[in-house]
Design a protein around this ligand. Structure first.
Ligand code: ADP
Ligand code: CP
Length: 315
């Protein structure tokens, strides 16, 4: 008997936050509960899933809070802020998804694994910050923060200005053995925020480092390690486009690896937003023939698994 299809799902910012709501923990839980309805449907359709979530806005806000409170209590280092974001987002997904599954009479444990991901301390990303975190600013605010606090700020896909931080490549998931043990019986929320970035010292010890790994690339690492059939990247847009936001924008339903690589080279995908998604999709589709990556919106996830929408990238 063939095993159920394994799907690693990467959840984008809109699965955790609604821009029309205040950025409170209560609002996040409210959004996560809605997101969980879609995830539960996928689980009920017979797929085995693992969840990887983003943390850009959340880790940015934790950093701002800890910096603002440093007169009262010592500021938390960057890697600890990443671990905190995994904890509270995972906690919300555990609550939301358990409830959505129970409504469907599907009894499955949902567990968050605080996950470390090894990066190379010499990764060139440390010299070129690209990962947007925290709130959006106007150009004026962004440039002022850059002068006052030494932040690197960049414009983010036409949506405003944001602080950017280094985003090194994920090389190894430290807790992968545990995730493999859990897989058959449990929905694991893992590699949240791309994983807590750690470097490996010569004595074998691990040390947290100031960076935010891209969660789509970490999800790809996980999908390969788990021998998943599908890497599904859920975001705001239903399809990947070329000439994005231009009068000649063209939405793509299907991309071969070669086509995707060509469009990457032509600069159609914004670094820090769509580029890592397409890179993750290409890497996964390339890793073994037959593996498929899908980029679509949360609301179209089930239809996309049935091949009815989204952008499918395969060999
Ligand atoms: N070529 C493109 N095709 C589609 N969307 C693009 C493209 N380039 C940039 N984008 C933007 O990237 C966004 C997805 O990136 P982002 O919001 O950072 O991801 P996430 O959903 O993981 O939080 C889309 O909502 C869109 O605004
Ligand atoms: N870590 C990460 O990739 O977060 P976002 O998806 O929120 O950018």
């Amino acid at each position: 008997m063939s095993r159920p299809k394994r799907v690693v799902i990467a959840l984008g910012g809109n699965a955790l936050e609604d821009k029309s709501l205040p950025t409170t923990a209560e609002s996040q839980l409210q959004v996560v509960k809605k997101t969980s309805e879609y995830l539960a449907e996928i689980s009920c359709a017979g797929y085995e899933i693992a969840i990887v979530h983003g943390n850009g806005p959340q880790v940015g806000r934790i950093l701002l809070a800890t910096e603002a409170a440093k007169e009262i209590t010592p500021a938390m280092p960057f890697d600890v802020c990443g671990a905190m974001s995994q904890g509270y987002i995972g906690y919300h997904i555990q609550q939301g998804l358990k409830l959505a599954l129970a409504k469907r009479n599907r009894i499955l444990p949902v567990v968050t694994v605080v996950t470390q991901v090894v990066v190379d301390k010499d990764d060139k990303a440390f010299q070129n910050p690209t990962k947007p975190i925290g709130p959006f600013y106007t150009e004026e605010e962004g440039k002022r923060l850059s002068e006052e606090k030494g932040y690197t700020v960049k414009e983010d896909s036409g949506r405003g200005w944001r602080r950017v931080v280094p985003s090194p490549m994920p090389k190894r998931i430290v807790e992968i053995g545990t995730i493999k043990t859990l897989w058959d019986t449990t929905i694991a929320v893992t590699c949240g925020g791309g994983g807590i970035p750690v470097i490996e010292n010569e004595d074998g010890s691990l040390e947290g480092i100031a960076a935010v790994i891209d969660k789509d690339l970490a999800a790809e690492r996980l999908a390969e390690d788990m021998d998943a059939d599908i890497l599904m990247i859920l975001t705001e847009v239903e399809k990947v486009s070329i000439n994005f936001n231009k009068p000649n924008q063209e939405d793509l339903s299907h991309l071969t690896i070669k086509e995707a690589e060509q469009f990457i080279e032509e600069g159609h995908f914004a670094p820090g937003s769509m580029l890592p998604k397409v890179l993750a999709a290409v890497n996964f589709a390339k890793s073994i023939p037959g593996r498929k990556a899908i980029i679509t919106s949360l609301y179209k996830a089930e239809d996309a698994l049935a091949g009815k929408c989204g952008t499918i990238i395969e060999s």
